[in-house]
Write a protein that binds this ligand. Structure first.
Ligand SMILES: NC(=O)c1ccc[n+]([C@@H]2O[C@H](COP(=O)([O-])OP(=O)(O)OC[C@H]3O[C@@H](n4cnc5c(N)ncnc54)[C@H](OP(=O)(O)O)[C@@H]3O)[C@@H](O)[C@H]2O)c1
Length: 325
């Protein structure tokens, strides 16, 4: 397998390399790409030294089987189609193609079947959406979800290495902010992305549209409030969900959530620090007043579950299903 990583020096790109190593993905050749800023930088994969290259159209055409793209939507829009037209399967972490009708939006635990005999661009969903649908998909299969009300508590790493640096610099006394719309240190910012005409933000619209696409049900109503909090890694969500069918008991609800792949329901309280570097979506505080709605708290590592691990899992499934080795 010949693999390229675009955005290899970023938060998600670096974690992709780590997850590929941990999952022992067999790669014959791997090349790393970033912007001019990082060209020439040394990185390591399985102990092998690699030099980061500046991304160019020409290199994308050099017979790659797969690309993992993680360099933002504008880079993906320009370069991913070129890579796909040259025969590679592109797994794209950005928002560029997620809502295109003919592009699969994949969380492998839920809809890996879409990868069978597929070539081209595969979209990786938004991080907050991935951990929410992982906690919900088994409930949807069993009770059919009508409505989801969700508030997110999203870490600064969701905005990449520049988001992390902004919080760390404010911890060291800086009063400046560029990445976030207000000071994030000692604060909570109740919107992520830009506010659209309908009052919802771009990040919230992603949660609405992507949830419907992944769960393959446009009738689900999603009401998100996306919030940035001064946490380094790990997104949390408070989720309230209503169903068409009545459920048997809260215990059965818990068992149903936990029957999801890579999802754990726990009795103890889980916080972002507890899940750093984990590939599991954790659910706790499952509670209710009736048998047609339920509330819970869910936490996952946004860089892994919400990005790098999901992308690597897509790659592993796609290569196994389609015999690309
Ligand atoms: N962080 C998350 O939780 C998360 C979750 C899901 C999806 N995503 C998505 O994943 C992507 C990357 O996020 P991130 O958090 O890893 O961001 P990041 O830490 O800011 O890293 C961005 C990467 O893109 C590269 N890059 C920037 N401009 C480029 C260009 N013109 N040509 C080639 N490479 C370029 C950067 O290279 P340099 O080193 O040269 O700057 C760096 O490797 C984004 O689309 C983001 O929306 C992120």
């Amino acid at each position: 397998m010949k693999l390229g990583i675009v955005g290899a020096t970023g938060e998600v790109g670096r974690k992709m390399l780590k997850v590929l190593e941990e999952y022992k993905v067999k790669v014959d050749e791997i090349r790393l790409f970033a912007s001019e800023r990082s060209a020439g930088k040394e990185m390591f994969f399985n102990g092998q030294k690699l030099i980061v290259e500046k991304l160019s159209e020409e290199t994308l055409k050099e017979g790659f089987d797969y690309f993992l793209f993680s360099a933002g939507a504008s880079v993906s829009k320009k370069f991913a189609p070129i890579a796909a037209e040259s025969g590679a399967t592109v797994i794209d972490n950005s928002s560029a193609f997620r809502m295109e009708l003919d592009i699969p939006l994949v969380v492998p635990e839920i809809n890996a079947h879409l990868l069978k005999e597929y070539r081209g661009i595969v979209a990786n969903p938004n991080c907050s959406t991935i951990q929410m649908v992982l906690a919900l998909y088994k409930l949807h299969e069993r009770y059919k979800i009508k409505e989801i009300v969700v508030s997110t508590y999203q870490s600064v790493s969701g905005a990449g290495y520049k988001g992390i640096n902004e919080l760390l610099e404010q911890e060291n006394g800086s009063k400046e902010f560029q990445i976030f719309p207000k000071q994030i240190l000692h604060n909570v910012i109740p919107f992520i992305g830009s506010i659209e005409e309908n009052g919802f933000t771009t990040e919230e619209m992603k949660m609405i549209n992507e949830t419907r696409k992944i769960l393959n049900d446009p009738s689900i109503n999603v009401f998100p409030t996306t919030v940035r909090v001064p946490v380094l890694y790990g997104h949390s969500e408070s989720v309230f969900v209503t169903f068409e069918k009545e459920y048997e008991s809260l215990d059965v609800v818990k068992q149903t959530i936990a029957s999801g792949e890579n999802v754990k329901v726990v009795d103890e309280i889980i916080t972002p620090i507890d899940v750093e570097d984990s590939d599991i979506t954790f659910v706790c505080r499952v509670r209710a007043f009736d048998t047609k709605s339920v509330m819970f708290w869910n936490v996952a590592d946004n860089i892994r579950v919400g990005a790098a691990t999901n992308a690597v899992r897509i790659l592993v499934k796609h290569s196994a299903m389609n015999g690309v080795m």
